[in-house]
Design a protein around this ligand. Sequence first.
Ligand SMILES: [Fe+2]
Length: 160
Amino acid sequence: MIAKSAGITNSIDENLIKWDPKFKIGIPLIDAQHEHLVKLCNDFYQSLLKSKSNKNEDYHALVKQTLETCLNYAATHFKEEERLMEASKFSGYKQHKDTHNSFTAKCEIAYADIDTMPISEAIKFALFLYDWINTHIAHEDRLYMPTLVEFLKEQKAKQA
Ligand SMILES: [Fe+2]
């Protein structure tokens, strides 16, 4: 969480951003995507740490590339979640989609600024990404879980 990691500029903890199995929501496809998303968020964070500790090296391209990969995967994952929420007629679909959209809008602004963003700001943004992703998984994503589990069960039964 951001509050816990506020000291990051003084002490670098390379293991700060990790997937925790307690964030599993019980739908294997979604859990695998969440785990991968956290990994990509960590790749971005690691690229920033490298950039910070190797001032003579140019890690700029790596920072931009890891952020782009993370945000592209987030977009793909959101589309998949939204497809399933809509197909299962989840009542909170629109609200959930709005949450994805406002997160995406914030990320687009940060991505547009990444070339000129000071490293300390970029690290704060990486922590925001991690915090948002984990909080979203722990709260909002749990809301659609019963509807989606039921829907996927019905789909499987139809195919049998
Ligand atoms: Fe979501």
